[in-house]
Design a binder for this molecule. Structure first.
Ligand SMILES: *[C@@H]1O[C@H](CO)[C@@H](O)[C@H](O)[C@H]1NC(C)=O
Ligand SMILES: *[C@@H]1O[C@H](CO)[C@@H](O)[C@H](O)[C@H]1NC(C)=O
Ligand SMILES: *[C@@H]1O[C@H](CO)[C@@H](O)[C@H](O)[C@H]1NC(C)=O
Ligand SMILES: *[C@@H]1O[C@H](CO)[C@@H](O)[C@H](O)[C@H]1NC(C)=O
Ligand SMILES: *[C@@H]1O[C@H](CO)[C@@H](O)[C@H](O)[C@H]1NC(C)=O
Ligand SMILES: *[C@@H]1O[C@H](CO)[C@@H](O)[C@H](O)[C@H]1NC(C)=O
Length: 790
């Protein structure tokens, strides 16, 4: 075998095309040489690499490897190689010659044991010596399951590294972990053996022509896109990969991953990054592209359970039962369909929904990215005139069509009423056939449509990039971990959520349609079964009870109704305060209970006088305001981010002064008291909102506290039994000066203290909450049934 290879290399070097100085030898080792991916794409991609590069001075050998013994392995591999073909534009004679050469340069290796790797290395060395070839580098393509990575990586590192001065490129195929932790672990293992620049993690979607053209398109059309590629102009972005096939035959893989890990976490997320990232000045700079991508990952808002809808085709569970030999009562929760709504915290994209959708057993096979622009034109013409080609009344969109579907080829479409795009001449051409075909609500004649001159397989493109050491289209470790960090919380939160079942194919009808409401997604149609259970509880259960608790008003209800009542009462107090004095001074405490109230206010109370509202803190933990433990930080995340309170109406407690936290000499409490005195009439807040701890504490006033329970200090430093220990708090006498005090108490965990409080008098040393008795104001207790009744 070796001898044939030598002859061919000798022969090739004698050919006129490579008669000039050799640029060195490249050995390509394909691990998993007889697997599906290799059969379908990789050998074809390597053959294309050979055809493209053979005359550029490098010599090549191709080493197919697998666990199979040499003879049968060799046979299987040559069965695959036999079928290699050239594209139609290649001259048949040249194709035949090149294919013959390629076959002679390819041979099979069994790679199972450490010794087998040593032998491979020795053979490569021998070839280099005998032929007096410089070594340029080695490519190891891991087309094997990830559990085999570490072992192979160890062998490659210890016995197959190239000679000094030559490069090593290791190509890895997904999955790269199934959550953040496993991805970190795999990354750490690989880092033992390879340097970051040696690793090429493939996301083959990035090699698709329409996807690979997103950045160049944005770059070449900057003059048109700069003014409109932002939240003021973009209505929404859809990134879609629909499949008609199901997971039959792949259930053992699919059951562990599901559609989000299989498609959204990698392919669709990477595409989203290309669309959303700030465009580097030089898009050829791999490093700049990566940095801008990572920046965009940081701007993604965290996903909640309600950010996704998930489904599963009906036959899936029985396929899993059969292929994984599960019992008949086994039900899979793995989603085979998902729609996810993503928002970004960036000035460019704030408020613009990015919708990622993928699924199996759907009605069509298609992949596309659609950027839909807002239509601001108000059209006064008649319908007939509106139809003019460039009418501003028509939809405006840019579509990167990845493939399949009605067009059945990659394409870039730009609405004619936007602009005529700049496209690279030679590689993309304008197409005007099938003008009547409708896509995304418009005939093709409404768009400028461009297709690649030459369709090229994604793997061929990626293999060429590996050869040229262009890392733009590969996923670095940092990039990979950023993506898992983003997706893992959602995956965890839906892992026990039952997906909606769908029949598959056209029968799905509208079952998987979904809609956006603020930050949430939900299926448009209620599930048939849901109709049956709408009246679970009698209406009486929902009525709020009003009576007395500790001689003050008590409002009690189920939590949702209670919070809604509290929010309405709060708005009423705010409106009265504004009518009376033009301002509303509200002091809120920390903890978890107010969070639901904040969310309620942000989502339902659009008439709230936020512009006139001053926000004060009842208490604060001695941590920086940016710390997640900080009450102000929580107020910011759950309320301030969503409403418009003027900056100068915000009054966080000064826990950090002179670059230290809550030090007495810095006089933080005195400063806060002065600020209140300066702005709040009679230092009497319009409303103070409190909670209660299971130990009877309120604000940051704990049982047996040495300060704040009496005396004339308005603001005090206190100690909490729970970390962080140091706190700042309004004092009890000061709270009691308020015009109104609302106390919100939720959950069964509070039942014991509530029972106790119903019996005791005024004993603030034991239970600070019992000392809350506004001197001339009003006190109202808001308790849910669980807190009140246990
Ligand atoms: C080697 O020959 C090829 C084909 O003739 C040519 O394109 C290439 O530039 C040459 N390389 C050098 C280093 O001369
Ligand atoms: C691979 O290694 C094993 C054990 O070291 C050996 O039995 C086998 O013959 C080797 N295969 C080849 C093709 O050298
Ligand atoms: C990688 O290979 C080098 C050189 O062969 C060796 O020194 C090193 O220990 C290997 N790394 C690991 C983690 O085995
Ligand atoms: C852009 O980056 C590439 C790759 O780093 C570099 O070769 C090229 O010179 C850069 N172009 C400009 C205009 O800076
Ligand atoms: C409620 O009022 C009664 C009668 O005025 C009084 O005895 C009792 O101490 C009051 N309870 C509280 C908690 O203030
Ligand atoms: C402020 O306090 C004084 C003295 O207690 C009182 O006369 C006055 O009415 C108060 N002002 C307001 C606006 O409540």
């Amino acid at each position: 075998m070796l001898r044939t290879v030598l002859c061919v290399i000798f022969l090739l070097r004698a050919l006129p095309a490579s008669a000039n100085e050799s640029r060195g030898h490249i050995s390509v080792v394909l691990l998993g040489a007889t697997g599906d991916l290799a059969k379908k794409y990789l050998w074809q991609g390597l053959f294309q690499l050979y055809r493209d590069e053979v005359s550029n001075g490098h010599s090549f050998t191709f080493h197919g490897a697998a666990l199979t013994a040499p003879e049968p392995g060799q046979k299987m591999m040559f069965e695959v190689l036999k079928n290699l073909a050239c594209p139609p534009d290649e001259h048949p004679t040249r194709c035949a010659v090149l294919k013959d050469q390629f076959l002679k340069l390819s041979q099979y290796y069994q790679l199972r044991t450490a010794e087998n790797y040593t032998v491979l290395n020795r053979e490569i060395e021998k070839l280099l010596e005998q032929e007096e070839l410089e070594e340029a580098g080695r490519i190891f393509y891991f087309s094997v399951p990830p559990f085999a990575y570490a072992e192979i990586a160890g062998h490659v590192n210890s016995s197959c590294r190239p000679r000094p001065g030559a490069w090593l490129r290791v190509v890895l195929e997904k999955p790269f972990g199934h959550d953040l932790e496993s991805a970190q672990q795999l990354a750490a293992e690989l880092r033992n053996f390879f340097k970051e620049e040696e690793m090429y993690r493939v996301d083959h979607y990035l090699g698709k022509q329409a996807v690979a053209h997103i950045l160049p398109f944005r770059d070449q059309n900057r003059q048109f896109l700069d003014p409109i590629w932002n939240r003021h102009h973009v209505e929404r972005v859809e990134i879609v990969l629909k499949e008609t096939v199901d997971a039959k035959g792949r259930a053992s893989f699919y059951e562990q991953y599901g559609v989000i890990r299989d498609v959204l976490q990698n392919h669709l997320t990477e595409v989203m990054m290309y669309l959303a990232m700030e465009l580097p000045a030089n898009i050829s700079s791999t490093e700049d592209v990566l940095q801008h991508k990572l920046q965009t990952f940081k701007s993604l808002q965290g996903l909640e359970k309600t950010s996704a809808v998930i489904g599963q085709y009906q036959a899936y569970t029985s396929q899993v039962q059969e292929e994984l030999q599960k019992a008949q009562n086994y039900f899979s929760m793995t989603p085979t369909f998902a729609g996810v709504l993503i928002h970004m915290d960036s000035l460019r994209w704030e408020g613009v929904p990015f919708i990622l959708t993928s699924g199996k057993a759907l009605d069509e096979r298609v992949g596309y990215i659609r950027v839909l622009f807002k239509n601001r034109a108000y059209c006064t013409q008649s319908e007939a005139l509106r139809d003019a080609e460039r009418s501003q009344c028509k939809a405006k969109q840019i579509i990167f069509y990845i493939g399949h579907g009605e067009l059945n080829s990659p394409a870039v479409l730009v609405s004619r009423n936007l602009f005529r795009p700049v496209m690279p001449e030679g590689s993309w051409r304008e197409v005007t056939d099938r003008p009547q075909l409708h896509l995304f609500g418009q005939p093709l004649s409404d768009y400028y449509v461009y297709s690649p001159v030459k369709e090229r397989d994604a793997y061929a493109m990626l293999i060429s990039s590996i050869y040229h050491a262009r890392k733009d289209f590969f996923i670095t470790t940092e990039n990979l971990l950023a993506s898992w960090e983003f997706w893992t919380p959602l995956l965890d939160s839906i892992s026990h959520q039952a997906p909606r079942l769908y029949p598959g194919g056209r029968e799905n009808q509208h079952l998987l349609d979904f809609e956006m409401l603020g930050q949430e997604l939900s299926f448009t149609l209620a599930e048939p079964a849901e109709f049956l259970h709408t009246s679970k509880q009698t209406p009486d259960d929902y009525q709020t009870i009003q009576t007395k608790f500790r001689n003050s008003s008590l409002v009690s209800a189920w939590p949702e109704e209670l919070v809604s009542q509290l929010a309405s009462d709060l708005e009423a107090v705010a409106a009265r305060a504004v009518a009376r004095s033009g301002k509303f001074h509200l002091a809120v405490s920390g903890g978890s209970s107010p969070v639901v109230l904040f969310q309620r206010l942000a989502k339902h109370h659009y008439g709230f006088p936020w512009k006139r509202t001053h926000l004060w803190l009842v208490d604060e933990r001695c941590v920086p305001l940016t710390d997640p433990e900080s009450n102000f930080c929580s107020l910011h995340d759950h309320l301030l981010k969503h409403v418009r309170v003027p900056y100068f109406n915000l009054h966080p407690m000064p826990v950090r002064l002179n670059r230290r936290l809550c030090v007495e000499e810095d006089q933080g409490p005195e400063l806060y008291a002065e600020e209140i005195a300066a702005l709040v009439t009679n230092a009497s807040f319009d409303l103070v909102l409190l909670g209660v701890g299971a130990d009877g504490h309120t604000a940051s006033l704990f049982p047996r506290s040495s300060s704040g329970l009496g005396g004339d200090q308005a603001v005090v430093l206190t100690e909490s039994p729970i970390k962080p220990h140091q706190r700042m708090s309004l004092s009890l006498p000061f709270i009691n000066k308020a015009r109104q005090v609302f106390i919100l108490i939720l959950g069964r965990g509070k039942h014991e203290i509530i029972t106790l409080l119903s019996r005791v008098g005024n004993e603030p040393k034991k239970w600070p909450i019992s000392g809350v008795r506004p001197s001339s104001g009003q006190l109202v207790w808001y308790m849910d049934y669980e807190a009140l009744l246990g």
